[in-house]
Design a protein around this ligand. Sequence first.
Ligand code: HEM
Length: 466
Amino acid sequence: MTVESSPEFSASLAQGAPPPPVAPELSEPPLAGGAVPVLGHGWKLVRDPLAFMSQLRDHGDVVRLKLGPKTVYAVTTPALTGALALSPDYKIDGPLWESLEGLLGKEGVATANGPRHRRQRRTIQPAFRLDAIPGYGPIMEEEAHALTERWRPGETVDCTSESFRIAVRIAARCLLRGASMDERAERLCAALATVFRGMYRRMVVPLGPLYKLPLPANREFNRALADLHLLVDEIVAERRASGQRPDDLLTALLAAQDENGDPIGEQEIHDQVVAILTPGSETVASTIMWLLQVLAEHPEHAEKVRDEVESVTGGRPVGFDDVRRLRHTNNVVVEAMRLRPAVWILTRRALTDTTLGGYRIPAGADIVYSPYAVQRDARSFADSLGFDPDRWLPERAEEVPKYAMNPFSVGNRKCPSDHFSMAQLTLITAALSSKYRFEQVTGSNDETRVGITLRPDRLLLTPVEW
Ligand code: HEM
């Protein structure tokens, strides 16, 4: 596939048209600079992955990376990231997904491919459709206001645990209609924090057998992973025992059928719940942390959000129905996601010999790209590192190149939860800002911490009443 591929063209391929023949004379993409013997680019990727990914476009639109003995391809332009995500020549695979599968399960939607993936998307999609989101409004409202009540002016807020807590609670309460979520959300947060930390380590330093040794860190990781799976089992068992079938995602999963019309197995139900809860909480929690960091760092924007909420609500508590009128607040959320995308790296694997940007990509090759690098590129955004929510005003947003801002990705793997996430993030930002501004306190560290998602290292804030 080349960059000329339109979504329509991709769709026609998906419907069965044969892929275009690959011209034999196509060349290999250039090797990115800075490789060292044996480790190749690996040491740079481990040392400072964000800086490394961000300078790759200077070496070409598609570049080769050497990670030890392995060659990996990186695409660097917005157009090519779109072409990659929309092309049927690639599937979800590669080191990131292999390590996720091994730990979180092989049968969930986030790691499936082909007909199973299409079937699973059909099962979960109704829960995330635009017209389903207002049904979650009361829970989102309740959680957003409970958070503002829970925080006390002048007291230190540990933003990591608080952001996880509300993200897990909203996902679990809206999508799984789970009862007793207080205690479960705490356990889930603790388990997920340890699991994600350990998973990232296993991904970047794949020392296989070493992670099986009975070391304290490995034991802690295994305990957290076991607790995560146990919690999911509890949620499923509780629903079954209740005999209830509310109109939610869990009911859809329990009633789902496979390609032959048979009920899906227990393992798939389990893996599906894990595959929805884990990305659902980690990504939203990281984004809430960045939003809090932005509100503290840019009091002028916090004030503008407060004023907008006030003008829309006239002083009553902000509600779900106000969200679509909170234009500036929404733009603050989008701009925070541009500069600090929770999902900063994505990978695909070529299913067949194919092309990207006129270069040859062999079957089986791993391809990576970084939404972080693309969304901060000065070639796409004026003052690209500046925090400017007004760049999302309709007249200015038109200038943004296609695919330069896609924090939820595009194509058949696009996040199903874009509307669900934007609604809750905007509502939480509005509810918090209408009551407080924020200040970082001693001991807080808002440096970017790179893991499976990006988040501030240890954000500690104190809410101050307006
Ligand atoms: C997939 C981002 C919230 C569930 C994805 C992908 C991205 C993404 C970029 C595509 C991965 C790829 O192309 O390889 C985000 C961001 C979020 C967010 C930035 C919030 C700020 C959520 C939430 C849920 C969720 C709240 C569920 C409750 C999923 C699932 C997939 C996915 C199940 C896999 C889809 C598939 O492979 O078909 N997300 N996500 N995400 N996301 Fe999200």
